[in-house]
Design a binder for this molecule. Structure first.
Ligand SMILES: NC(=O)C1=CN([C@@H]2O[C@H](COP(=O)(O)OP(=O)(O)OC[C@H]3O[C@@H](n4cnc5c(N)ncnc54)[C@H](OP(=O)(O)O)[C@@H]3O)[C@@H](O)[C@H]2O)[C@@H](O)CC1
Ligand SMILES: Nc1ncnc2c1ncn2[C@@H]1O[C@H](COP(=O)(O)OP(=O)(O)O)[C@@H](O)[C@H]1O
Ligand SMILES: [K+]
Length: 504
């Protein structure tokens, strides 16, 4: 699913109106009906709705919704902040219609005219949507403060008012004014603002409504950002053929583990095999040999070093090398990375301590082979590429860095971002907070390494890898709860995740 900028969202709206012959007022009605249907399903008639409407089209949505709710006898009142300017044409049209109903409409002049809010009131925020064009100040700021001070459920229409959709709203020096919604009912596609941690306090649960904006526009409009959905994954996943043997699915290797951290090696190795790699050699230290041979008998084992991996340069047999899970940070690993970068001409995945070694040896950055995949969590990313001023700055930095070094950066998080060498960013749609548990990242490294072994391209391996990893985590959490989920459960549910994508 494409993630559009505000300008593109506005163009999409206009394109649908001009090319598909729908009137803008009818598009607004479609949006309002979608919100109405959801509200009717979610709240019974004992609730009253207080709808705050700005004078743009977001406010127009609020007015149309007020009329619809009133038509089936919900108690509704509407509040429009005083403003000398006329409303947008569709706002004015909906205001005219609403004035013919029994809905009480008040113009808010100052804070004395703020309505009292009682227990059964639901607040609907239709002040500003995608048209927010400056920080919220003055009277609007007071209104937003008043709404946020109440503990009643608040439903934001399209976007919590005050939040920019495609750039950071959070500034270091000023306190921002943004509605803290419990639900955001948004139209059509995913929005960048909903994918970053800094906006979590504002969006609440985000619900998407398809209001049938033009499919042609969506298909033909390029965008740097996409949301990884099941249709994208369906286009990537390749079922196994019948007349095959393990040679067809590649020879993976993982350089992993050290004394005290063999769990990371076991988890990444199991995940690599469970993701379908034909065969795997795990390169471990002597201390880990027995553990690996027992815990993962399906993997072959090579040994280097006593308590941590020492010198190793026997890479030529492998189709892909994954390096990092549990290897620890040792001086000899600098040489190990140098050897790998110099001698191995096939895909490489770098994770965990291998990234920490890199971050302390910046002179190695320029020798990272083109198309290498690195999988940092936010702290590792910061160690590698420095601090960011906001989550949006981190996104930009990931994309610029991926372009500069021509690598893939899998920046792990709630919506893991894949930044690509050609400047695109893909956000993952699967996964849950139960996966914030030790070893979950090692599992991902194993999966991506296993997919690369099977000749998925680096981009496909990243996309399919993060999606499967999150989906396996979601299936595991459904059975176990998020709290009880441990990394092993992600591995054990990879099979269920594959089955789910085979069925969609
Ligand atoms: N595209 C779609 O898919 C569809 C979109 N639809 C809906 O349209 C919404 C977008 O509507 P929109 O473009 O009219 O802008 P909107 O968000 O109402 O804001 C503009 C108004 O706010 C004002 N204003 C802005 N910032 C301000 C500030 N800081 N402080 C004070 N005022 C401020 C600005 O005033 P100005 O500054 O221009 O004088 C203007 O009056 C979208 O979110 C969705 O809900 C659906 O109906 C149909 C399908
Ligand atoms: N809140 C969350 N929501 C979704 N996925 C998460 C969340 N927290 C962690 N994850 C996923 O779990 C993995 C954790 O990786 P990482 O931090 O490297 O763990 P470790 O180093 O312990 O293996 C990442 O793939 C990340 O995307
Ligand atoms: K809003």
């Amino acid at each position: 699913m494409k993630i559009f900028s505000v300008e593109q969202i506005q163009n999409w709206d206009a394109f649908t109106i001009n090319k598909e012959g729908i009137l803008s007022i009818n598009l607004m009605e479609r949006a309002a009906v979608a919100c109405f249907d959801w509200i009717v399903q979610s709240f019974d008639e004992s609730y009253c709705f207080k709808i705050f409407c700005g004078k743009g089209n977001n406010g127009g949505d609020g007015l149309a919704l007020a009329r619809l709710l009133n038509s089936i006898k919900y108690q509704v009142s509407v509040f429009i902040p005083h403003n000398n300017k006329p409303g947008s044409p569709d706002f004015e049209e909906n205001l005219k219609k609403l004035k013919k109903t029994s809905v009480h409409i008040s113009v808010l002049q100052n804070e004395n005219s703020f309505p009292s809010i009682s227990e059964k009131d639901i607040i609907i925020d239709a002040l500003f949507g995608t048209g927010l064009n400056k920080p919220v100040k003055g009277f609007y700021k007071e209104i937003i403060g008043y709404i946020n001070a109440n503990s009643n459920d608040t439903i934001a229409i399209d976007v919590p008012s005050g939040l920019y959709v495609d750039k950071s709203t959070i500034t270091e020096n000023e306190d921002v004014s943004i509605i803290k919604a419990d639900y955001t009912l948004t139209f059509q596609n995913q929005k960048l603002a909903f994918l970053v941690a800094e906006n979590e306090p504002y969006t609440g649960k985000v619900v998407f409504f398809d209001i049938e904006l033009s499919k042609d526009y969506e298909a033909s409009t390029p965008t740097p950002f996409e949301y990884i959905d099941d249709s994208m994954i369906k286009g990537i996943y390749q079922p196994r053929k019948n007349f095959v043997n393990k040679g067809n699915y590649g020879y993976a290797s993982l350089l992993c583990g050290s004394y005290g951290m063999m769990g990371a090696a076991v988890l990444s190795s199991l995940a690599c095999l469970r993701s379908g790699a034909g065969k795997l050699t795990s390169v471990v230290c002597e201390a880990g040999y027995g553990i690996m041979q027992t815990a993962v008998p399906e993997a072959m084992c090579m040994v280097s070093g006593e308590k941590h991996i020492g010198n190793f340069d026997d890479f030529q047999h492998f189709d892909v090398v994954g390096i990092g899970p549990g290897i620890g940070k040792f001086k000899s690993h600098v040489k190990l990375l140098e050897n790998l970068f110099k001698s191995f001409k096939r895909p490489i995945v770098i994770d965990a301590d291998a990234l920490n070694i890199l971050s302390e040896n910046e002179e190695l950055y320029s020798s990272i082979p083109v198309d290498t995949i690195i999988t940092p969590h936010p702290k590792e990313f910061e160690r590698l590429f420095g601090k960011s001023t906001s989550d949006f700055d981190t996104i930009d930095k990931a994309i610029e860095t991926a372009k500069e070094f021509r690598i893939y950066i899998v920046l792990k998080g709630h919506h893991t971002l894949i930044a690509t060498p050609d400047g695109k960013g893909y956000f993952n749609s699967t996964g849950n907070p139960g996966m914030a548990t030790a070893g979950a990242g090692d599992v991902l490294t194993g999966i991506i390494t296993g997919l690369l072994a099977q000749k998925y391209s680096p981009l496909q391996s990243c996309l399919l890898g993060v999606y499967l990893h999150g989906l396996a985590g979601d299936i595991a959490a459904e059975g176990l709860s998020q709290e009880a989920l441990i990394a092993k459960d992600i591995v054990e549910n990879l099979g269920n995740a594959f089955k789910e994508i085979q069925e969609t």
